[in-house]
Design a protein around this ligand. Sequence first.
Ligand SMILES: NC(=O)c1ccc[n+]([C@@H]2O[C@H](COP(=O)([O-])OP(=O)(O)OC[C@H]3O[C@@H](n4cnc5c(N)ncnc54)[C@H](OP(=O)(O)O)[C@@H]3O)[C@@H](O)[C@H]2O)c1
Length: 325
Amino acid sequence: MKSRERREATLRVGIVGAGRTRNGLGPFLARAFERQGCVVTGVVGRDAGRTEANAVALASALGHRVAAYPDLTSLCVSGIDALVIASPPDAHVAALEAAADRGIACLCEKPVCNAADVQRAVLALLSFAERGALVTENVQWPENLPVLEALHGAWEMGSLRRVEMGLSPISADPREMLEDSLPHLLSLVFAIAGLQHGDAMELEQVRTVRAAPGRVALEARFVAPACTVEACLELVQHVEQPRPAWFAIDGRRADRSIGADYAIHFRAGDREFRVEDPMQRLVAGFVRNCKVPASGMRDVQRASMAHAVATRLSLWHRIMSLTFD
Ligand SMILES: NC(=O)c1ccc[n+]([C@@H]2O[C@H](COP(=O)([O-])OP(=O)(O)OC[C@H]3O[C@@H](n4cnc5c(N)ncnc54)[C@H](OP(=O)(O)O)[C@@H]3O)[C@@H](O)[C@H]2O)c1
């Protein structure tokens, strides 16, 4: 069967870093893809023994065989339609390049790479754009945006927009806290800026309010063609689950709570709504957009998504450098 026809049917998915040793989401992403009708066919990890163990654990959770591959190349030529990069950031860029070289659709964990690999990663992202191949960063907060209207009612956004976000990283190291959390803030900034294909997003100003062990606060101002976005990120270390998190757009705030059964609720005052797991929604969108040509998504739209990921990565790197170097 030709690969284009197969993508119309069942997507075959490979995962880099399929286990969870610290905070990796590999097992959750695997289940999210299978819930969308995809099949996780193979995994690769940091060494043969661990990869085999992760493949066996995943096979038992998913109820079918999952192959353990010795390296990225053998996973990428095994016939997969999509590659999920769920490993720690140091291992992202090689996987991103392997997928880009073969035009394999890719969902990559945030941050897209570590600071030393930004140039390589941007080149890989541009290669996705040139090929019209799909690449998405696993930043799921924009999927929660509709809950604000449910909690606060509809409102018109003006030419000056404001995003605030509070997260609770596990690390107390200010650099690690920001590296880890900044992609989520940037994803919300982009989501509310109303960017069209080819639009630029400039960082006008960034100010570190606080960068101490266990506490970071940052303010930044971005300029897009349609609007200016003021952004504020507050990070407070919190080791145990569930970790507090909230976001606000134009002063309309929603606080997240996660129940024992992973039920996610957002609250504002005495109003509360349950939402579907935003990562499940993100994966559903990714799978829809993978389905060529049924999704109706055009190469130019895929290129636009790849450019957006590259622009966010460059902004992430610039803010990290301005804050800590
Ligand atoms: N989107 C979100 O909300 C969210 C939430 C949490 C985490 N994350 C992101 O998920 C990513 C992974 O988190 P983590 O760093 O805490 O992962 P982790 O749990 O330490 O590891 C995840 C998996 O990656 C494997 N791995 C480790 N080094 C590797 C390498 N060099 N090559 C291939 N696989 C490798 C691990 O193998 P072993 O089994 O051998 O250890 C494990 O299976 C990070 O980018 C993190 O920011 C995102």
